[in-house]
Design a protein around this ligand. Sequence first.
Ligand code: SF4
Length: 362
Amino acid sequence: MSGNALLQELYDTPEAELLEEIRQLRARLGDKVLILGHHYQREEVIAFADITGDSLKLAQRAASTAAPYIIFCGVHFMAETADILTSDAQTVILPDLAAGCSMADMADDAQVNRCWQELADVISPDETVTPVTYINSTAALKSFCGEHGGIVCTSSNCERVLNWAWDRREKVLFFPDQHLGENTALAMGVPESDMIIWDPAKPLGGHTPEAIEKARMILWKGFCSVHQLFRPEHAASMRERYPGIEILAHPECSRAVCETADFTGSTEAIIRHVEQAVSGQAFAIATELNLVNRLRQQHPDKPVYFLSPTICMCSTMFRTDPQHLLAALREVESGHVAHPIRVSAEDSLWAKLALDRMLELA
Ligand code: SF4
């Protein structure tokens, strides 16, 4: 049966039957499979995850597991990262191959190589610039960083990684998310005048050679389409409606939102912050909807609101559903995985170097 026909059959199966089969299959497979679930996954999928976490925690878990099969309920770059960090004998499965990340798509290999060449017309990037890629990027960009003395970061360890990068070379080229780089650097005390935003559509990123020579932080013009929907006026309206409310923001939000927030941190940091708060404290949270809804359910004594009046959900994270998870588990049981995630040997080699540099710091 083709993949589409199988999925159609699963969509026609009553939900209770489908969930029961997942439960039984999961139990039969035991240690043969590890199911990783990103915090932004829907509840019905998270319910079956062996480990839930943000990109850093899941990358660490992928690096340490001996399970022959890893089903990564997340998006494409996460499954690639798991493949890079695991052995050739292990197989990584992304339940829905169409689960990508619009931010990761905002910087490709050709654009970043062109940027590096353009920088070479002005400065010597291999001597003066550390490339830092957010983990939300393709394996090719992680490989680029490994090859050019650079590193990977996540939203949990960005400050530590930037310190590492500036200890080595005077400048950082940060991609693909402008906001994580900008918000973290500002929090570290780097003045705005030391940063420029590189627009890959313009020659020299839209800058003069003098501006490039002066910059310490070159920020790629990329963003997360989900986190860009939060606005500072949403925070103002929440404060008016709920005096004493705390505003929590993910650093992929714009600078204006992070500046108005009481706390900015990764998904893991936001979860910890809510867990450690006193009973009765209210929160308005600027990050993906599934995580915010889960926090509301887990902490009925702490009113949790979604910061935006409109629904900001990661549509690609949402693609993974119980039907895709069951199809992946059936493949594991059959021993035939039609489309495993495989990163080329060359990209894996350099990308692993960049990831290992990060994991040593984490
Ligand atoms: S929330 Fe944003 S950065 Fe995260 S996977 Fe979705 S599009 Fe990519």
